[in-house]
Design a protein around this ligand. Structure first.
Ligand SMILES: Cc1cc2nc3c(=O)[nH]c(=O)nc-3n(C[C@H](O)[C@H](O)[C@H](O)COP(=O)(O)O)c2cc1C
Length: 171
């Protein structure tokens, strides 16, 4: 089967992961902000999104392309400060319809941001989030930034893509 990667990224880490997955698998990579690439042209999809303010940034694109997502194997990789777990699962459940979420294979990757990259609004919103965060490590991350990007963490996605590439169309 033929697949493609669709992603959005604000500070570059999701773009890095999308590029690395593209390099490892040969899949074409499309930034949804540029409106190139049509999911209708592919048999399976890899969708990459940062988590910003407890929501996946790509949620509007997912809703707009819900028919394609529901009818094709879809891997959703999220990129966030939080690692895989109940907190992240809860944010996704609150942001996406269950009919989409139950269909996608979700892989949680971890991202980065640096204070000097941020605009004033994001600095303020992260400061406000830190003030009410009871998790000391998450609060530190919200105040100081972090870099949890790990190129090797794409391995499960690459493996799954290769399985899908080897599968017959409609099989
Ligand atoms: C303004 C802002 C809000 C964020 N909100 C969250 C959040 O709610 N939960 C989380 O786990 N990480 C959060 N993060 C961390 C991002 O998910 C992380 O920096 C990610 O790597 C950004 O992806 P990008 O580099 O592709 O834009 C936030 C980062 C910023 C700058």
């Amino acid at each position: 089967m033929q697949g493609a990667i669709f992603f959005t990224s604000k500070y570059g880490s999701t773009a890095d992961y999308a590029g690395w997955i593209g390099e490892a698998t040969g899949l074409p990579v499309f930034d949804v902000a540029q409106s190139t690439g049509d999911p209708a042209d592919y048999d399976f999809l890899v969708v990459g999104s940062p988590i910003m303010h407890y929501r996946p940034s790509i949620r509007r694109w997912l809703r707009a392309n819900a028919d394609h997502v529901r009818s094709k194997p879809t891997i959703l990789f999220t990129v966030s400060g939080a690692g895989a777990g109940l907190k992240l699962d809860g944010w996704l459940a609150d942001s996406l319809p269950n009919s989409l979420l139950s269909h996608v294979e979700h892989v949680a990757l971890r991202g980065r941001w640096r204070r000097e990259q941020l605009g004033l609004w994001h600095r303020i919103t992260l400061l406000m989030a830190a003030m009410v965060n009871r998790d000391p490590q998450a609060r530190k991350d919200e105040l100081e930034g972090f870099d949890y990007v790990d190129r090797d963490s794409i391995a499960p996605i690459v493996e799954r893509v290769r399985e899908l590439q080897a599968a017959p169309v409609g099989g």
